[in-house]
Write a new protein. Structure first.
Lengths: 184, 154
């Protein structure tokens, strides 16, 4: 396997793990907010998608978001952290991954700034994740569904802005690294 | 620069939407006090207190999605008995929807409701009410902080 390809896969794998465990890490704080709003979640998922966006934005390749989502879902089932989705977790993880792919691809095509693309990708992926969870598990309707989606979009946008900043820093680090590697 | 401004505007708009929807949701009248459960059948609504259901010791084991067992040792009542106490005949119930304060919900069929030692409402230490369904392969239907029980929802 080529060195570059291995590096890509390792980076995506790290993003998968970080995303999965970040969700668990932030859950107590996120639950305080969602509990007060009387909605079943949305913030933790939006935050965990940040790592998927970083992975897909830093090493751009169409389909990597969906692939990372799929790997995350298998890990979640294996570690027993799939939550209320249970065996249907792959759908709940792959759909937002696919949304990340599509938005970042569109962002590259229409030359959006990295931060804008990341913000949109994280925001829409979070909404897609919330809608998927709603169809599979929660079956919310009316205002409570609108609030659940709005919270997902908002927390997704904030996480996306953070993801965009992180991508800019990672790109800068990558350039420095490349310069060092090719120094005579 | 222009794109950043648009994104910031979108974020502020979403924050405003969250605030507006939160106000609408929290003032929708669907909320019940912590520790209270509203039982809804068609247009009739009745409220019961968590302390009212703590009648018999409920002991058993629940298995979560990871396959880990958790012992339950609390005071509560069979859900069928709770329904009887508010004038609902459990034998006439086709399906029940039990919803938590955070809108997480679980469905219980009429047959399950009539099964012996299967579906309980228990009173938790913090005064809230929880739904416990024994015999499930994972604890997905164990709803904490129960707020509403809808009998034969539409």
């Amino acid at each position: 396997m080529k060195h570059e390809r291995l590096r890509k896969l390792l980076f995506w794998a790290i993003c998968c793990d970080l995303g999965l465990f970040a969700k668990k890490l932030i859950a107590p704080a996120a639950n305080l907010i969602t509990g007060a709003l009387h909605i079943p979640g949305g913030i933790g998922t939006s935050f965990s998608l940040l790592f998927l966006v970083i992975g897909a934005c830093t090493v751009p390749q169409f389909g990597c978001g969906a692939l990372m989502g799929l790997v995350q879902s298998f890990l979640a089932i294996l570690f027993g952290v799939a939550g209320s989705m249970g065996i249907l977790a792959p759908i709940g993880y792959v759909v937002p991954g696919l949304v990340v792919d599509i938005v970042l691809w569109a962002g590259r095509k229409y030359r959006l700034e990295k931060q804008t693309a990341c913000c949109l990708a994280n925001m829409l992926a979070a909404a897609a994740a919330a809608l998927t969870a709603n169809i599979i598990v929660f079956r919310l309707r009316g205002i409570v569904l609108a609030l659940y989606i709005a919270v997902s979009l908002f927390s997704g946008a904030i996480s996306g802005l953070a993801a965009g900043k992180a991508c800019e820093h990672l790109a800068a680090i990558g350039q420095i690294q490349r310069k060092k590697e090719y120094q005579p | 620069m222009k794109q950043k401004r648009i994104i910031l505007l979108v974020v502020f708009f979403l924050a405003a939407m969250v605030a507006l929807l939160a106000v609408l949701h929290l003032s929708s009248g669907k909320m019940v006090k912590q520790g209270q459960v509203e039982i809804i059948r068609q247009d009739q609504k009745q409220k019961i207190d968590g302390s009212d259901i703590a009648r018999i010791p409920v002991k058993g084991e629940l298995v979560n999605g990871k396959g880990e067992a958790r012992a339950v040792d609390a005071k509560g009542s069979l859900l069928a008995d709770v329904l009887s106490s508010v004038g609902i005949d459990p034998a006439e119930v086709a399906v029940l929807k039990v919803t938590a304060q955070d809108e997480f919900s679980a469905e219980i069929s009429g047959e399950e409701l009539l099964e012996k030692d299967k579906v309980y409402l228990i009173s938790e230490d913090d005064g809230t009410v929880a739904l416990v369904v024994f015999g499930d392969s994972n604890a997905k239907r164990n709803v904490k902080n129960v707020a509403r029980i809808e009998v034969d929802p539409e």
